[in-house]
Design a protein around this ligand. Sequence first.
Ligand SMILES: [Ca+2]
Ligand SMILES: [Ca+2]
Ligand SMILES: [Ca+2]
Ligand SMILES: [Ca+2]
Length: 285
Amino acid sequence: MGFTKQFLMFSCCLAVLLLGATASADSIYLSTNAQETLGGLTFQADDAVHYDSVSNSSTLSFDGANFTAAENVDALHVLANGNLLLSAATLAELGGVTFNDGDVIEYNPLTNMVVGTVMAESFFGVDVDIDAFSVTMDGNYLFSTRSGHNTLGFIWEDGDVVQYDPIAGVLSLYFDEDLFATGEDINGIHAMDDGSLLITTTSAATLGGNLFRDGDVALWNIVDGSTTLFFNEDLFSNSAQIDGVSLNPPPNAIPNVVPEPGTWGLFGAALAGLVALRARSRKSA
Ligand SMILES: [Ca+2]
Ligand SMILES: [Ca+2]
Ligand SMILES: [Ca+2]
Ligand SMILES: [Ca+2]
């Protein structure tokens, strides 16, 4: 093999490795736990911003000033129809609607109205605070909570990601906190097209052999468990932590996965006795 051919092969391999190591999106939606500046825009904990890495500029996707009082958006997902799925860190009022920290609501930014409730805290029967939320390509919900819980016959930790199938009414473990080097609390997720996850945590965490800070977003590969840095906290002017993350929905995403307003609570209550809950035996080894 000639030197030129060897060099080309080496270059190709290097390019693949570099691409793999620096996989990142051209744009990302995020919220932080405190005031932060990114891409020339300064925003607060109750805002959500859209960052374009190509132009290194940010725009406000959700203005926290729409809340009746200062809040913190602690879970964020962008739907294909442009609406936002949001959870807040405490009891919050938005567009005349009051919701709990364990609720996830759908918000229409064009009308400044809450369209409906996607997940109701009342479903769980205990005081949960949802701190991460996303929707998979097949319409299932993924979430994490601020604390661990044992309810509805299902046990999970604050660093787990739980999947809810709204059709089958089944809760299951999607991502196990045990995959971290030590116990962690996940406070932001996004489900990728292939089932992999964007993950951010409340403190520095080691996952897949790599260390991530609370303002980083890691891409966790569901196939081999490997991780790469997806969003770098160094892009921030300060060192706030990310507490909500989402990407643009792909063109073939389910446009609106949300049940009609109010149906979730009734649905949840009705299926409480029907739900096939997969009991977990984690930590038993
Ligand atoms: Ca926030
Ligand atoms: Ca919440
Ligand atoms: Ca959590
Ligand atoms: Ca974080």
